[in-house]
Every structure is written in structure tokens, then in C-alpha cells.
Design a protein around this ligand. Sequence first.
Ligand code: FAD
Length: 434
Amino acid sequence: TEEKFDAIVIGAGMAGNAAAYTMASRGLKVLQLERGEYPGSKNVQGAIMYSNMLEKIIPDFRDDAPLERHLIEQRFWMMDDTSHIGMQYRSDDFNESRHNRYTVIRAQFDKWFSRKVREAGATVLCETTVTELARDSDGKVIGVLTDRTGDMILADVVVLAEGVNGLLGTRAGLRETPKPQNVALAVKEMHFLPEEVIDQRFGLKANEGCVIEAAGTISRSMAGLAFLYTNKESISIGIGCLVSDFAATMESPYELLESFKNHPSIRTLIAGSEVKEYAAHLIPEGGYRAIPQLFGNGWVVVGDAAQLNNAVHREGSNLAMTSGRLAGEAIFLVRKGGRPMTKENLALYKSMLDKSFVIKDLRKYKDMPALLHTNSRNFFTTYPQLLSQAAQNFMRVDSTPKLDKERATTAAFIKARSRWGLVGDAVRLAFAWR
Ligand code: FAD
């Protein structure tokens, strides 16, 4: 039987839920299809969720969303094998009534978000994998085929929110397979500890949370980042590096995570915990230059499937929610104007996205992925080691005159990178940061 929807959304992650909610709450007839047993079952990790972008979709989300801790502190660490040097920002200002960032456990959060989508009037079908996009003789996307029945389900527009792999989009020729240097493979574990123990170890109280992000020798010269997020009664800890680097070095992600967990600066924070979950997932990190075509006849692509991820600031879910919302709003406006879901009309989604922080931020860092990819040894091993040695030299009080210490530190930097190398690295970094 053929039933026609205004829109079909593929995937019930952050982007898909944002799109489905936006359209359903504006009265569109929406079908959302998710291959997992329930929304979030494929997204087991804990993560940081950004309030501002969710407020724009569900303003009163704090009433019943499953939130873990609100973040009041962030630590950035440069690590070598035995030390870390870092920057830390903690502020009581983050104890405002409308907290800015929360840790969430995606399995629970996505379930909640999906309930909101259903309450808004969308039909949500889980354990249903979309196997193919259906197209008419002109190539316009007109619906989907699933593994549930052999039937085609028709819609005016299909929102691809299928996540980073984007197999459907690739298979349909709407985008290329992401290149290995443009995706990171991240592994992550959940370590359970009593709430009071987490409070004590991180100096927290009453649902306050702390995040640690660390780069350095832990990624063994690969471009990568390790992280630790405090949830209420668990700690999410993980590390991710570019797939191309894993392929070149044959390093094992699991061993990297083991060494991060055993680093003297981390070991004591998770001591005595019980590990309950292990997950591996890809993260799109190619930035602005890796963004594929975002709309076409009868389709738009949102979230990770559109490679919308800010690796420099480690933001993904907020870009996913915003792109999903904007796609939903654009589709609603096109329909309200009585216009067909053609490429020309759906270009509205792209122009709305261009005006938002999503594209502006990604454009700002457009040269960063290439810089980190081609200079990973310098940025992820040489400099962290040099900085750690410099700090240690500075802090170790012995009979060496301070001037000699400063000279030794300068000499170590020049020996490792040469004067021009240092200037070059600084200039390249400054340009990529602009
Ligand atoms: P997803 O959340 O991946 O959702 C895609 C959904 O589509 C899935 O549920 C999948 O099952 C479904 N699907 C796929 N194919 C089909 C199909 N054919 N048919 C039906 N359903 C299908 N971002 C942050 O903002 N903060 C963080 O702290 C953070 N930490 C992260 C840590 C790790 C380890 C990883 C891997 C990512 C992290 N991210 C973080 C990034 C963030 O998770 C993503 O940017 C975000 O989940 C993207 O949402 P999405 O809806 O586009 O994709």
C-alpha cells in the first residue's frame, strides 16, 4: 500500500529528531525511520549537549529531559607520558539557572527527544532500516524503501539524518564516501562510580560537572584527542584519532584508550570504577571543505551525514540539532508557500544554514583539518613534550641559574623544530585559526 507523507526523516539521532520535531510541531505529516531497536540504541555514549541549540527547538526541555551534570569547569591538557600541562577554566557563573552545557547519556537523551517527536505528532518507526531512496524518472527523490516491507513509502521530501556513515546518500550518488583523513574513529568507555566520589575527585557539588580534553603523546603522533566527561554516576572516557592515521600506524584504538586510562594524571580519577559499556563510533572531522551537496530535488541532508562537525571545538550535536531544525523550518516554509520540494526551493535550507553559526564556524576553521593532518607529529608529540619539559625545567628548583634554564629551554625548541620551523608552525597555526 502506498501512503504519502509530507516528509520522511531517516535516523533518530540529534539531527533527525530536531528535523522531525520542527516539522511535526508545525503540523506536517512526518514519518521518521530508525534502524536501532530504539532511538539512541546506536548512540550509547555520554556526551556534551549544548542548551542554546536545544532551547531553540524545545524551550522548556529542562522540565523533563534526562540531563546528567551541568558543566562549570573545562580543562585542556597537553600530555606527555608522565605529565600534563594545561589550562583550566572554572566559573561559578555557569551555575546560572539556565545552564549552558550539560553532560547527557545519549541512549537516554535520544529516547526522550524521540518521545517529544512523537508527542509533536510524527510517526516514529524503529527497527526499520531504510535500504534505498526511491526516485522518479527525473531523478527526484520521492520516498524510501525499507527492510520492513518491500513497499515504497512516498513523501514530498526526504531528510537524510543517517549519521556519519551516510551509506544511503553515498549509494544514491548524492555524496562521496568520506575520506579516511576526514573522519576520526573514537572509542569510549563508561566508568561507573558513586556520585559523591565523582564530586570529591573533581571538586564538584550538586550536579556540577567537569570536562577534560587532552592532546599529546597519548595519540602516538596521530592527530587525535582524548576526553573525559563527568556524568552523575559515571565518567565517559575516550580517545579518537583520524582513520587515515590509524591505517598508517596500525595503532589499536583500544590500546590508546588503555594508555590514556593508565596515564598518571587520569588513573586516580577513575580508580575503582566499574566499566559497563564500550563503544566505537566515527566522527566527521573534515570541516568546511568536506561538506557535501546539502540539498537536491526532494532531499536535504543534515547533521553528521552532512559532515557538519566542528572538530576544533569538539561540537557535533549542536550543529546536528541546528541543521535539523533549519532543514525542518525551510521545508515548512517551502510548503507554506505552496511550492514544490525542488532543488531550487530547498536551497532555502542552505541559505539559512549559511547565515547560522554552523557554516560560519566551519568556514573559520576551514584550513585546520589539513594542517593537523599533515603536521600531526609536531602538534601532537613534539610540542607537548617540549612544553612539558619547559614547565618541568621551570618548576624544578635546583642550583641551575634561571638564565641557563631559559637558554636550555629555548635551545630545546630550536633543536626540535629549528628557528624557521617554529616561526612557520606559529604562522600556519595563526592562519588556520583566523
Ligand atoms: P547520529 O546521532 O549518528 O544519528 C544517526 C541515526 O541514524 C542513528 O540513530 C542511526 O541508527 C540511524 N540510521 C543510520 N542509517 C540508517 C538507515 N539506513 N535507516 C534508518 N536509520 C538509520 N558531539 C557533541 O556535541 N558533544 C560531544 O561531547 C560529543 N562527543 C562525542 C563523542 C564520541 C565518541 C563521538 C563518536 C561523537 C561525539 N559527538 C559529540 C558528535 C555527536 O555525537 C554527533 O555529531 C551527533 O550525534 C550527530 O547527530 P546525527 O543525528 O547527525 O547522527
